[in-house]
Ligand binder design. Sequence first.
Ligand code: ATP
Length: 417
Amino acid sequence: MNSNILKQLPQNSYTLVRRIGEAADAQGVSVYLAGGVVRDLFLKRDNLDLDFVVEGDAIAFARKAAGILKAPIKVYKDFGTATIVLTDGRALDFATAREETYAAPGRLPEVRRGSIHEDLFRRDFTVNAMGLWINQSRWAQVVDPFGGLKDLRAKTIRVLHETSFEDDATRILRAIRFEQRFGFRIEPQTLKLLKRRLARRSGDHVSAQRFFNEFKKILMEEKVLPALKRMKQLRAEKLLHPDFVLNLKVLKTVQSRFDSVKKKYDLSNDHRWKVFLMALLEGQREETIAAFLKPLSLTAHDCKSFAQANSAIDFLSKLCKNSLSPSGVYGVLKPLAPEQCIYLLCRTSRAQVLRRLDRFLKKDQFVTLAIDGNDVRALGATGAKIGEVLKKTLDCKIDTGLKSKQQEFNFVRGLLS
Ligand code: ATP
């Protein structure tokens, strides 16, 4: 039944996996595809991430494989992993099969080299704890020690053991994400363990950043609203911050507009989680937003735009004023991060505001002057007056279009006369 399972890979991935299997034979090591890609093969879903587990030294094996594929390799010695990056952008990840033990719940685990079974046992759910052997003699043989296939058929998310959520509470967010993505159910005993872990806040050693990384993945899910509703129902948002309140009203509106905005402005995927997070932060208490953001490693730029989530309504009401000129719009929007402007586009349906945002994003934000402070000084201005004149000239250029450097000079002369 399973001998054809790997045939479902796109042809170029299939050929690659074959060649890596041959290399495994030549090196005398057992190599497996494992985790999400195996789950998705059985679910007949596309998954471009090829994750290999090597029973032996993954780095040494990946170096050989990279030589055969004539592709560059990145080695992460501390983790015993390596990535081969192909010219078409695909990445092949190799990890040494390892056994993990948790000295204390929530702490980072102690890691030792292990077998494929031990490697699968450290994983989150049965459906993610399957391997496919790729050595030629065992081609496509399934390694499924915990009943992952059975749970896939039963559409069930099940942890591998009783202390799974104690070991790593980020799995709570993962359980919700996979449940909603696949339309599965978290099975009753797993749900009980999950709730028990949620009820207990003390002794938590998982960093805010790790919870946040998993939360970001939820925000990137196609079915983001069902996943957030499930989080809310289970009160799992408390994992992000004890005072975090999941208010989905704003997000619903923002999400309904996001795809068309993304298409129109050719946005990258990264905008999605940022814009959705702004929607979720809007309405939180200022102290909660600050405390939520503080432990996260965000760029200063992202931090500032998230911290201003509650100002969106103010910005929108400024943009509603009938008398606002294009330079007035520029004054409101220029200090904002690009993601904030995208957020405002998703946050309003007022045609006039949308037009103003559009003009700023497509045209006015790029307007610069041909003259500079030295030119203004040469025409007689001094001190703070120079900045004032430059600003007025820029405003005039935005509103009426000064078409040449000469016209800018003439405008400044007029101001100073
Ligand atoms: P996706 O399709 O969202 O990428 P994935 O299953 O590939 O899903 P990853 O986060 O890329 O998810 O993780 C790859 C594999 O690593 C998982 O399938 C799972 O086996 C294992 N894994 C990831 N995070 C954990 C965790 N917190 N605890 C245990 N195992 C994990």
